[in-house]
Design a protein around this ligand. Sequence first.
Ligand code: B16
Ligand code: MG
Length: 213
Amino acid sequence: MKAFIFDLDGVIVDTAKYHFIAWKRIGEKVGFQLSHEQNESLKGVSRVESLERILGWAEVEISSTEKEALLIEKNEDYLQQIDAMGREEILPGVIELLQFAQENNIPVALGSASKNATRILEKLNITSYFNAIVDGNHVTISKPDPEVFLKGAALLNQAPKDCIVFEDAAAGIAAAKAAGMTTIGMGGADEVKTADHCFDTMALIKPEFIRSL
Ligand code: B16
Ligand code: MG
């Protein structure tokens, strides 16, 4: 195995809780109560697609101008919460694994659906660990399409089969599998049990395990 590709939300930091707060407020604006389960299914799904799903659940039809306004409002709300976040919110074991990669010359890419990914990496002060960043601004088709991960592998000059993807969402595991990569499901949710390997946290991933891949 020659390269790591990290998802962001739910793998490096738990931003799902901030997405949930922001989407819940948007849902309420259209008279809908977003549930935890529904929020779970939005993990790894793009902002535009997330809004479409919420409007579908709410059985509400609005104009594209109104959708645009809701997307802006949701993101402003989300960013306000993100900006209050600190390095202590980095999930357990993440820094250690990034350092392991650096010390062992394993190239690392980010493969996230988020258009706010670079801002979040900067905020957490971990941008320098990444040799390539592919985020929601660089892809045309969302996960479960493999585009985001294939672009990451290409930027790292690695064959897809030599990449290990760390993902917390069903859509992301499906995307990485479709790319022909090894998948590591993070967070222990049932949705990621289809991954090749699963860990509750990165702190449980030992160097011997990585070497064994
Ligand atoms: P943004 P990931 C995904 O990030 C999130 O899981 C998903 O909930 C969110 O809607 C999507 O990014 C877009 O995020 O609104 O910041 O562009 O898990 O692929 O890192
Ligand atoms: Mg994720």
